[in-house]
Design a protein around this ligand. Structure first.
Ligand code: 4NP
Length: 158
């Protein structure tokens, strides 16, 4: 069976989407399903291309058991072909992606991360970049919850 491919997208690809990638990879490890998925993340901006995730995001992540190794890269048009699921953090991300394609098949792959939330009620994952520690913790809380929901959805649709 072909692997299921998921791309997490945010603005800078140094806070939210690499965190989502790290959380999803840990769920796959726990479930023994790493070999059945291709997971990546990317940003609408290329300002941080090649950089590891933001130091603050990495230090909050490591305390919660996630070692983020991803290096920032911008979204490219071929991502719409390569990935089955494209998961965005907020509506601004969705608008940015819609500027890169009008192909209905590509557009049908785009989903909002919080549409998979299980316990937590939120309509988007807020950008923590200009905020404090609590913002980073809140991002991890939201993403841990929504990644569990996304995992169940994707697993059941395979
Ligand atoms: P992210 O946060 O989208 O969660 O990675 C941001 C990081 C950097 C910038 C914006 C958002 N920036 O403008 O540099």
């Amino acid at each position: 069976m072909l692997p299921v491919s998921i791309l997490f997208v945010c603005l800078g690809n140094i806070c939210r989407s690499p965190m989502a990638e790290g959380i999803f990879l840990k769920i796959l490890t726990r479930e023994g399903m790493l070999d059945r998925f291709v997971i990546d993340s990317a940003g609408l901006l290329d300002y941080h291309e090649g950089e590891l995730a933001d130091t603050r995001m990495r230090s909050h992540a490591i305390r919660r058991g996630y070692n983020l190794l991803h290096r920032s890269r911008p979204v490219v048009k071929s991502d719409f072909e390569r990935f089955d699921w494209i998961i965005c953090m907020d509506d601004q991300n969705i608008r940015g992606l819609k500027q890169l394609t009008s192909n209905p098949v590509h557009l049908s792959k785009i989903h909002l991360m919080t549409s998979f939330s299980v316990e937590m009620k939120a309509s988007f994952v807020p950008d923590p970049y200009n905020g404090g520690d609590q913002g980073f913790e809140h991002v991890i809380d939201l993403l841990e919850d929504a990644c569990e929901g996304l995992f169940k959805e994707v697993r059941d649709k395979r």
